[in-house]
Design a protein around this ligand. Structure first.
Ligand code: ZN
Length: 563
């Protein structure tokens, strides 16, 4: 027999059943596991999108099932207000909706603007229409708002297309979804499919990977960064999150651990958004059993045991040893990174071995390495050793901009390295610049000027640069960084979002920067333009709400070609 499917979004909220007698709402209850749950009648009545009276043709007994949820925008606004008032905040819209719907005071519920998307319709125990699709039309006619993101699909290909499309839109929706529900459209067939004890056989849910998960904190370990910063990292019991197994999360600094009131052994809620590494959102204090232990932030560097100092008023604790091996290793890796000198094959394991064996102490030592010496290190074949030496040799030609970036001058990232390289052309010119001269450059602030000046005054740095020059490293500007700036781009901030057809993200960013603009990863009031490709998500929404100018790919191209 022929049949088709209806695909609907699975809203991450609470299921409720609403009962109408002769068109009047008379009861409302939550539906936990398909069974009737709590009576929430007085609260559902305050939900704006639930009609108290049906408007069209209706049978004597009507049951409407739907998912009650809180819009993301409402959640963010109310949660922020609660936080300001020092009240309890909620981890996510679902918890907020759930907590709200069970509130005793209906006026609070009314103020919180819950919403509903209906997904099923019954009259007595049976379906009202011969197809599920028709129920949506009836619901609309009777005063409900249905979710427009649904599809009538003839086959699995069409279903797959819908599922994929909605996954792409997921971040831009103003409500959270955890997947797609697929139902057989023909309700008579639904009866034939029947049901298991837990769920109907005629409906299946396709779940998207979860963006949040709970797990247990096993330990906090300290990473020592390039600047000697001691960064705590949460080591978690592995948990599946958004399709990947997560076992670590960022904890930022000592204050964050205090803010979370985190103890070793705690259950925690973690969240992953975009490509960012997971964050610990909160401790689930109700799961504590007394075996959790306090965490003491270290007073010494875990790598070299020198004193770790946290200056008054700063959030970061740093190792006080200038020759801390952790700092040296991180600096070498930074220097060798793709955006800097791009030395392929110089990975963290090798750098660790080289530093631990005393073979490199500064980036200049890299250029004294010999094939035999590397090959003598454990299990390093001669062939790969000579390949590495070749890569190191090639890196000499990267030019001033990448060199400045790789030298890791405080405050000087990619952008300032480019500005300084363009302005001074050679490292000698830059090394001789005064703070006043540096500060006078458009876009270079005093903090950067002072930092650059101090770097070149430091005898240790001077010696390293001298050795780099002797090794034959190019310390002048590279040809292509000297491109002309374009008035449309100069000094403007851009944010890229969505998928562009004719450029990769990196290409678009390079064009913007080459023309004098800067690329930022997040939208704020300071953003001048957002370039939105297809499937643009929350950044586009934010740009629109802030009134930031949005360009499509064609408009961006036009901007490049007209100065
Ligand atoms: Zn140290």
């Amino acid at each position: 027999r022929k049949f088709d499917y209806v695909a609907e979004l699975k809203i991450d909220g609470l299921s409720v059943a609403l009962h109408y007698e002769n068109g009047v709402l008379v009861a409302g209850a939550t539906r936990g596991d398909g069974q009737t749950g709590d009576d929430v009648f007085s609260n559902v009545k305050t939900i704006r999108t639930i009609p108290l009276r049906l408007k069209g043709n209706f049978p004597a007994h009507t049951e409407v099932r739907g998912e009650v949820f809180m819009a993301r925008s409402v959640f963010e606004k109310i949660n922020a207000e609660l936080e300001m008032q020092g009240e309890k905040t909620y981890a996510n819209p679902r918890n907020f909706a759930s907590g709200t719907l069970r509130q005793l005071d209906s006026s609070i519920v009314a103020s919180r603007k819950l919403d509903i998307f209906p997904y099923d319709l019954l009259s007595g125990a049976s379906k009202m229409f011969s197809t599920h699709w028709e129920s949506f039309l009836w619901l609309e006619e009777n005063g409900f708002t249905t979710n427009p993101n649904r599809a009538l699909c003839k086959n699995f290909d069409e279903l797959a297309e819908f599922i994929e499309k909605m996954q792409g839109l997921r971040d831009s929706l103003d409500y959270e979804i955890d997947g797609v529900v697929v139902k057989v459209n023909q309700t008579l067939l639904q009866d034939e499919f029947g049901a298991t004890s837990k769920a109907p056989r005629w409906a299946i849910a396709y779940k998207y990977p979860a963006m949040q998960a709970t797990t247990q904190l096993e330990a906090i370990n300290i990473q020592v960064g390039r600047t000697g910063s001691l960064t705590p990292v949460a080591y978690l019991k592995p948990v599946l999150l958004a399709g990947t197994t997560v076992s670590r999360a960022s904890l930022h600094n000592e204050d964050e651990i205090k803010r979370l009131n985190l103890k070793i052994g705690d259950w925690v809620l973690i969240e992953k958004s975009g490509e960012i590494i997971p964050q610990v959102l909160q401790v689930i204090e109700s799961k504590r059993n007394g075996t959790e232990t306090d965490y003491e932030f270290p007073k010494t560097c875990p790598v070299c045991n020198f004193e770790a100092i946290r200056p008054e008023g700063e959030a970061v604790t740093r190792c006080s040893n200038p020759d801390c091996p952790a700092k040296i290793k991180a600096r070498i890796l930074y220097f060798a990174a793709r955006k800097a000198m791009d030395i392929e094959g110089l990975g963290d394991v090798l750098v660790e071995t080289l530093v631990d064996n005393g073979m490199i102490k500064t980036v200049a030592d890299l250029y004294d390495l010999k094939v035999e010496k590397i090959a003598n290190l454990e299990r390093k074949a001669e062939k790969s050793a000579s390949k590495l030496i070749e890569q190191i040799e090639n890196s000499k030609q990267r030019g001033l901009q990448r060199l400045l970036y790789g030298l890791d001058i405080r405050h000087v990232g990619e952008r300032y390295a480019k500005i300084l390289a363009r302005h001074y052309k050679t490292i000698e010119n830059l090394a001789n610049a005064t703070v006043e001269e540096l500060d006078a450059i458009h876009e270079i602030g005093l903090a950067v000027a002072v930092s650059v000046f101090n770097f070149f005054q430091n005898p240790h740095n001077q010696a390293v640069i001298e050795r780099l020059k002797l090794a034959g490293i190019k310390t002048e500007i590279d040809g292509d960084t000297n491109a002309q700036t374009n008035e449309n781009f100069n000094g403007k901030t851009f944010v890229l979002t969505g998928k562009l057809e004719q450029f990769t993200r990196d290409e678009a960013a390079k064009i913007i920067e080459d023309l004098g603009g800067r690329v930022s990863s997040s939208v704020s009031k300071k953003t001048d333009y957002v370039i939105a490709g297809s499937d643009a998500g929350s950044k586009l929404t934010k740009a629109e709400s802030l009134g930031v100018k949005v360009l499509n790919e064609d408009e961006f191209k036009e901007m490049i070609t007209t100065a």
